[in-house]
Write a protein that binds this ligand. Structure first.
Ligand code: GLU
Length: 471
């Protein structure tokens, strides 16, 4: 059975690049009917924070990236790492290295002067003498010196690295704590990972990790290294590029499935299809179709994808996602039209739930004033008669629904021998406060008869004042 994991270090937000890695691991597990594990790599105690762990879990929860196991914390597994390190020492596959910092600095300096790549020269690899006084040793892994390592990368293809390129890596620091390369191998082995899917910033670690698996007689998992996400300036995506935490996209009114859709397309394709439901992503995802080149983050495209999802997602889902934005604005959706009906009307135009909630205000609360630009243009003295005539017809309407409302606008225009716009626009400004709204009859239907009539009276009063000002 396929088993994958997401293994973030909780040293900051869950950002777009991290989510993309998590998504690819999750999709692969789900599509293979396997398992997905969340592992928190918190061995760096100084930089790891609970706030970051919470942000990672909140982000994954919001996105629906559920896990079958975890969160497993590496800090709870120190005993196990120690046992493995002891075993490697006992088997002569690891050794204490007493080189001091100065010694290592000097060694690297000399290598640089000779035009060589700086690397640990293995000076304590076969050391049997008396250890120097006062140095707390690190523990290094005896990397094989002959042959080479082949990574059969499922995204990048085979990559061969000569062992002569790899120095003896530190597996335990001088305070005894294990390092990343050791813990990740022990965990992926113990937890039965079949596929390690991660960012290609780790690709240099992979040959060293493969050597460790072999030294431990552990099965080597398959690897898939996902290219980085770059900002529009070509640099690796970072805080400089605007939104940092994935939860910021939640606040900005993105649907989780839209963000996932955007991220899956960032580095993966399925023909020329752009819009995917979650089910479609799971059904079609494959590691072979992941791009080998880095991809560039594009906020405009994210907005476009969000808009597509707003238009096509089941109405109940849209409404559930919109509701918190209404609450945040203090709009009581119990008083007024059904939020689902409002969402359905507004979904054509909104790019985000924030835009949608902002446009939905006038369905649930009175606006303070009519938009000045729209007022200047449409609530003019010449609009008085059309608005009055329409108001009278609407006041008599018994079936308050879009079609008869539309007919009232039509007959008003016909009677006064003016274009529909001369009636429709003042009507729109009167009942919505501004010059833009979805189709005005459907909008009026949802706002309701008494609210519409009261707002039309208010608009007529504005026109009245304006008439008197104009003399
Ligand atoms: N903890 C590592 C990171 O956050 C990931 C390790 C891995 O996926 O192997 O970069």
């Amino acid at each position: 059975m396929v088993k994958t994991r997401f293994a973030p270090s909780p040293t900051g937000f869950l950002h777009i690049g991290g989510v993309r890695t998590a998504l690819f691991s999750w999709l692969y597990a789900r599509q293979q009917k396997g398992q997905f594990v969340l592992r928190i790599e918190d061995t760096d105690r100084e930089r790891s924070t609970q706030a970051s762990v919470d942000a990672i879990m909140d982000g994954m929860h919001w996105l629906g990236l559920d896990y079958d196991e975890g969160p497993i914390y590496q800090t709870q597994r120190f005993d196990r790492y120690k046992a493995v390190i002891d075993q490697l020492l006992a088997e002569g596959k690891a050794y204490y290295c007493y080189a001091s910092q100065e010694e290592l600095d000097q060694m690297r300096e000399a290598q640089r002067e000779r035009g060589e790549k700086p690397r640990y020269d293995g000076r304590y690899r076969d050391f049997t003498g008396t250890p120097p006084q006062g140095v707390k040793p690190v523990i290094r892994f005896k990397n094989p010196q002959e042959g080479s390592v082949v990574i059969e990368d499922l995204v990048k293809g085979p990559i061969t690295v000569a062992n002569s390129e790899l120095d003896d890596l530190i597996i335990a620091r001088s305070d005894g704590t294990p390092t990343y390369n050791l813990t990740v191998v022990v965990d992926d082995w113990d937890m039965g990972m079949t596929h390690v899917i991660r960012g290609d910033d780790h690709i240099n670690n992979t040959p060293r990790q493969i050597n460790l698996y072999q030294a431990l007689n552990a099965p080597v998992p398959k690897f898939a290294h996902i290219p980085m996400v770059l900002g529009s300036d070509g640099a690796r995506l970072s805080k400089r590029h605007g939104a940092v935490s994935v939860l910021q996209y939640k606040e900005e009114g993105f649907l989780p499935e839209a963000l996932l859709n955007y991220l899956v397309r960032l580095g993966w394709s399925h023909g020329d299809q752009e819009i995917f439901t979650l089910e479609e992503m799971v059904a079609h995802f494959s590691l072979e179709a992941v791009n080998t080149a880095p991809s560039t983050f594009n906020e405009e495209k994210l907005l476009w994808i969000n808009q597509q999802h707003i238009q096509t997602t089941p109405l109940s889902n849209l409404t559930a996602n919109l509701k918190p934005f209404m609450d945040e604005r203090g709009l009581d959706t119990e008083q007024g039209p059904s939020l689902a009906a409002v969402a359905d009307l507004l979904r054509e135009r909104a790019r985000t739930l924030v835009e949608m909630a902002d446009s939905a205000r006038y369905f649930y609360s009175e606006f303070d004033e009519f938009d000045p630009v729209a007022t200047k243009k449409h609530l003019r003295p010449v609009a008085e008669t059309p608005l009055h005539t329409l108001r009278d017809k609407l006041a008599r309407l018994e079936d308050w629904s879009a079609k008869p409302i539309h007919e009232c606008v039509q007959t008003t225009a016909a009677e006064l021998e003016v274009g529909m716009g001369k009636v429709g626009m003042p009507f729109r400004v009167a009942i919505t406060g501004g010059g833009q709204s979805p189709s005005i009859d459907a909008t009026a239907e949802l706002i309701g008869q008494s609210r519409c009539l009261a707002r039309m009276d208010r608009a007529l009063a504005v026109i009245e004042v304006r008439k008197s000002q104009n003399g």
